[in-house]
Design a binder for this molecule. Structure first.
Ligand code: KIV
Ligand code: ZN
Length: 497
């Protein structure tokens, strides 16, 4: 009989801390519903005291999600905890996640405090949270680098104060798998009352060890794992949900199981990547575009004879359907809707009509449309209601010619035009745009990728724009790559304007 591991998803909190990946409330609710369908046990919906937007998102998710625990983060401060409780008022199963740094680095340099004072603050915050909600999770921040004996004292004290879940984060991704496992085992063996609570892993991937550490944590006694879709998160990210779900499913011999409906993994991955504008690396385990692509002749031969020769996961188990339906200019709305649903995008009939119109225009230029084309189309749809829109763009460029761009933007419903020269078509177009939107901003990363092949292909642009010390991602696709570039730039600007 396998033991149940609880999945705590923090895509909307730790994952969303990635610069440029901020979502609005509607987008966050969409992700939360997808996580609910995926079968996660807990959704960490945000850090409500951090901004009114985060508060509103936690509140909206609390009202919408019924089958998961909804959790809100707080520091060990009474005001944070009160705000978190308020944001969770409508949740079917609310949980406050409160905590404090417990390593010497945090105690000495961040708080200029002492072990005893931090321990007391931890206890007080758990007691405070327990007055407001029934379920309190305590995080011992930077537990990965904390002294085990002190950590055990803190954990024992917060359990006595009423915490029912204890999170042991490797906040900076420093632990090696054996050390993280030993840490959890030490707590399991030395803390009175630990048998009455759930111990949770929370691993960061700075050294590429997040999944391995999570696994040794489980083997040492942790029964909850904190993860994000596609492993997104600050710096190198968090443990990837899909990796843990598939490890425990494909390695039944380990004796653990989750409640994840793995057939939904791929579409949830697509949805998060698409809404956050964060491409998934092609060789990403489980959900990367190449994760099931066998290109060498020897492997293809083996797969044809018996898929077990080179495949340890059945692609259908993660929701990778055979591409039975090719979308062309003759495809109808229902085929488009079905493909969008498969990609994790649900849109109403009115929006479908608009996307379909653009789909037909694009399909006229391409023999058939791949999934990335389709997502690029919905990306345009997503930006259609934003404050700034590209109305028209004319660029003259070529060998021996001075590049020149004329452009009209719609800014908050008002048409504004400008022209500029540049050292190439992109430079001319960006300079013209900056005449209309004279904000200080710089393009930090700029990636153009062909979606399929051929000169009639769609160019997909990912862009990172820096403004006021913050980074924002933009994304767009178009058969005209200068237009795609400008639309990606505008997509990023719309996130901070
Ligand atoms: O990494 C970490 O320590 C965290 C805590 C706030 C839970 O994200
Ligand atoms: Zn974290």
């Amino acid at each position: 009989m396998s033991e149940r591991i609880f999945l705590f998803d923090t895509t909307l909190r730790d994952g969303e801390q990635v610069p440029g990946c901020q979502l609005n409330t509607i987008e966050k609710t969409q992700v939360a519903l997808a996580l609910e369908s995926l079968g996660v046990d807990v959704i960490e919906a945000g850090f409500p005291v951090s901004s009114p937007g985060d508060f509103a998102s936690v509140q909206a998710i609390s009202k919408t999600v019924r089958n998961c625990t909804v959790c809100a983060l707080s520091r060990s401060l009474a005001h944070d905890i009160e705000v978190a409780a308020e944001s969770l008022k409508w949740a079917a199963r609310p949980r406050i996640h409160t905590g404090i740094g417990v390593s010497d680095y945090h105690i000495n340099y961040k708080f200029h405090s002492s072990q005893e004072a931090v321990l007391q603050q931890a206890v007080d915050s758990v007691k405070k949270a327990r007055q407001l909600v029934a379920e309190v999770e305590f995080y011992a921040e930077d537990a990965g680098r904390a002294d085990n004996v002190y950590l055990a004292r803190v954990v024992e004290a917060v359990i006595k104060a009423g915490a029912s879940v204890i999170n042991i984060p490797d906040t900076v991704g420093y632990c090696l798998p054996e050390h993280y496992g030993e840490k959890i085992r030490f707590l399991m063996e030395h803390v009175n009352g630990i048998e009455n609570v759930i111990v949770s892993t929370h691993c960061h991937n700075d050294l590429g060890l997040a999944t391995a550490n999570t696994l040794t944590g489980i083997q040492a006694g942790a029964r909850q794992v904190e993860v994000t879709v596609n492993g997104i998160g600050e710096r190198a990210g968090n443990t990837a949900l899909e990796e843990i779900a598939m490890i425990l499913k494909s390695r039944r011999d380990l004796g653990f199981m989750t409640g994840i409906k793995t057939q939904n993994l791929l579409k949830t991955s697509h949805l998060v990547s698409h809404l956050m504008g964060m491409p998934v690396q092609p060789n990403k385990a489980v959900v990367g575009r190449n994760a099931f692509a066998h290109s060498s002749g020897i492997h293809q031969d083996g797969i044809i004879k018996n898929s077990a020769t080179y495949e340890i996961i059945n692609p259908q188990d993660i929701g990778l359907e055979e591409d039975t339906m090719v979308l062309t200019a003759r495809s109808g709305r229902s085929a488009l809707r079905k493909r969008l649903e498969m990609l994790g995008v649900n849109i109403d009939s009115k929006r479908l009509d608009e996307v379909y119109e653009r789909f037909l225009r694009l399909a006229d230029h391409n023999s058939y449309l791949k999934d990335d084309d389709i997502l690029a189309l919905v990306g345009q749809e997503r930006t259609a209601n934003r404050r700034i829109k590209l109305e028209s763009l004319k660029v003259i460029s070529g060998k021996g010619l001075q590049a020149h761009a004329d452009m009209t933007l719609m800014v908050a419903g008002e048409c504004r035009s400008a022209s500029s020269e540049g050292n190439g078509p992109v430079d001319a177009a960006v300079k013209a745009m900056k005449k209309i939107i004279p904000l200080s901003m710089t393009m930090q990363e700029f990636l153009i990728q062909a979606i399929t092949k051929g000169s009639d292909d769609t160019g997909k642009v990912h862009m990172l724009v820096e403004h006021d010390g913050n980074d924002y991602y933009g994304f767009a696709g178009n058969t005209d790559i200068v237009t795609a570039t400008l639309e990606a730039y505008i997509d990023a600007i719309n996130k901070f304007i």
